[in-house]
Ligand binder design. Sequence first.
Ligand code: KG4
Ligand code: ZN
Length: 342
Amino acid sequence: MDARGPILGVETSCDETAAAVVTSEGTVVANTIFSQTVHTAYGGVVPELASREHAGRLPTIVRQAMETADVGWDDLRGIAVTAGPGLVGCLLVGVAYARSAARARNLPLYAINHLEAHAHTPAMTAPGLTYPYLVLIASGGHTSLVVVERPGHFHEIGRTRDDAAGEALDKVGKLLGFDYPAGPQLDRIGHSGHADAVAFPRVRLASGPYDFSFSGLKTAAAFDWKGRRDGRRPEVSLSDWVASFESAVMESLTSTLARAADELKIATVGLAGGVARNRRLRAQVTAWAERTGRRAVVPPPDWCADNAAMIASVGLYQDALRDSASADAFPGWALGTPYPGL
Ligand code: KG4
Ligand code: ZN
């Protein structure tokens, strides 16, 4: 073990098998991601298949990351692994692997919260950014607004009441006949469309000022799409329809983020999670920041979706487990709460 050496990150909480190597200074020297494709035919992630894929692929993905970084086990300062939240069988594959590797090589083991890692991504992208910052975490499983007071200290001020933003995109995309996950395809098709072609509702909740809701929009979209198909509503091009729907989802995210930054007087905002790859969302948030003199940190796409570089980066500021052999998976581990296995 080299106490000042790089850290190995391992991420297997859902359907990305990922490993990364990050130096003590926070430089990402390898970020290897395998996005599982076995789920495409099922319209969503099948937990059992995801676990099996992780078990089969993880050793190779770790080896690739270490080869890219040109490091051996003895060069590492430790291993950071996602311990929750996520799918329990998937988490267990990563945790069991990291636990064994840490024991075999006598390396410290860091149990990382997946949401904390997403929330940390803006700080990883813009080292030296000022705290507190406000981060929007939008993925297939989560949609939250989080104030990051300082590394490791979080305050969730809003969350979705029903579907996650990515879930709404994936479900409406499925209705349109797209494979899972539909988000990237909607981004591609909607990019050239006119976002004002179809007037979708914008939801503003009466209570919970920074909460989100996407189920009403999802139902309205399904109803509208059916109307276009059976001729009850005038035809619009697919790209205009998708642009309008996508824009309604992204505007709800952007306007809530902007309002929270205004009201709480937070000058720096950031994006995280798979939906933060969306070009419309990235452009909306960047334009708002320019207009209002705020700083928007928009991480590179590979750091938005699930990855292990963000896991390793959190390992750099967190304490190692006292007993790595006891590391476990915690599917419901809430952001901002201590590691449940202590
Ligand atoms: O963070 P992530 O990779 O996995 C978790 O859910 O934790 O996020 C996946 C979600 C999916 O819903 C996917 O459709 C969405 O992110 N997504 C996108 C784009 N790329 C991925 N949504 C909109 N535009 C994209 N370019
Ligand atoms: Zn995630």
